[in-house]
Design a protein around this ligand. Sequence first.
Ligand code: HEM
Ligand code: HEM
Length: 176
Amino acid sequence: MHSSHGARVATWDIWVRLTHWTVAGIVLWNLFGPTDQIHRVLGYCAAGLVASRLVWGVIGTRPARFSSWWPTRAQLVAYLRSLAAGQALHHASHNPLGALMAAALWFLIAALALSGFVMRLDAFWGEEWPQTVHYWLSVALQGCVVVHIVAAVAMSVWTRENLIAAMITGRKRRRA
Ligand code: HEM
Ligand code: HEM
């Protein structure tokens, strides 16, 4: 079959895509919505989905596995050099910078659930710091989300590989 768009290869399996868009929805809701019971239940759900994604990083499909994308320092340096040279290296799974961002986003979501749990414990009743920690973690997450979305759009335009569509359909263009 001939297609001007070229062959596409399965990249993101259904679990990566489902957890991504569900977690994204919860994070946006929890960042900008009311901090009620729903906020707390959804927050724990997001943390649970992140935990399942970490397990999937060991037993999941190849592109989902940490072994496919966890960046080494050498890969990071090579990737930064390729960006500086205006010729971004192609990575079948996450590129090394995207991988660092994924790890940061997961860490912040898990830490938000933990701090949210701690601030509701009787032992910390009347203490301010768990709220303060939760607040600053949410600020950090908000900043990372902005960078994440801008980077996903920018890299899609620059490399002419629609990464956002790939996170929906699961397919990326095949490269030589
Ligand atoms: C708002 C909260 C969001 C969070 C917390 C979030 C988090 C993440 C995480 C953790 C990953 C790694 C996925 C994995 O390996 O399982 C990822 C990948 C990705 N996200 Fe998001 N995301 C958010 C919103 C968005 C939005 C709105 C878009 C679209 C504009 C988007 C586009 C992507 C793309 C394209 C990838 C794959 C990048 C690649 O090809 O390496 N994300 N996101
Ligand atoms: C995706 C995870 C989460 C995000 C992004 C998030 C984000 C936020 C944000 C933006 C606020 C408002 C902060 C402020 O303006 O002071 C907040 C407040 C709050 N969050 Fe979360 N949260 C998450 C998870 C949780 C969880 C799991 C719990 C508890 C079980 C929780 C409990 C609370 C409570 C009780 C408040 C009100 C704090 C106060 O009265 O100062 N959150 N959260």
